[in-house]
Design a protein around this ligand. Structure first.
Ligand code: SME
Length: 161
């Protein structure tokens, strides 16, 4: 049975340091992908109160990303390869930090309230199998600290997906 998350810290770095081991323990004990992605999205939402946090997985048949477990307002269901920040992170196989979504060519606005964003690829056997997308209502909310910790999280997820 899951315990409540325990987060006492105030700084971003310290919150990640408290949160990640708890999420790791949670996902290591479960093989079901949807359950694990759902709990990771919920854990990140609870710890940081991000506006939107969730996953898109690669649909190889259609060459699109399709919406997976998330927390936040309803979102675009499908994103073509290379489109938006999510599709670009998939195409580039790289993390993309967008300090101001209005300045990202082709940004897909699922909500006008979202102002900045980070998208990380989940890579397995050198292929992108999903992306983690996090949105904030503040400009420039994401930096290298988010990138470092969320990269670690995506590496753990690639092992269980
Ligand atoms: N903004 C993303 C689309 C997904 S939503 O933000 C949840 C993009 O440009 O790919």
């Amino acid at each position: 049975m899951a315990e409540d998350l325990i987060i006492h810290s105030a700084t971003k770095e310290a919150i990640y340091q408290e949160l990640l081991p708890q999420l790791k323990a949670l996902i290591e004990g479960e093989k079901n992908s949807v359950a694990n992605l759902a709990n990771v999205a919920a854990g990140l939402k609870t710890a940081f109160d991000f506006f939107w946090v969730g996953f898109y997985s690669v649909d190889e048949e259609t060459n699109e990303l399709v919406l997976g477990p998330f927390q936040g307002p309803i979102a675009c269901t499908r994103i073509p390869f290379g489109k938006g920040v999510c599709g670009a992170a998939w195409e580039q196989k790289n993390t993309i930090i967008v300090p101001n979504v209005d300045e990202f060519p082709g940004h897909i606005a699922c909500s006008s309230l979202s102002k900045s964003e980070i998208v990380l690829p989940v890579i397995k056997n050198e292929k992108v199998i999903a992306v983690l997308d996090v949105d904030s209502t503040s400009l420039a909310n994401f930096d290298q600290t988010d990138s470092n910790y969320l990269t670690q999280l995506c590496a753990w997820l690639s092992d269980i997906l």
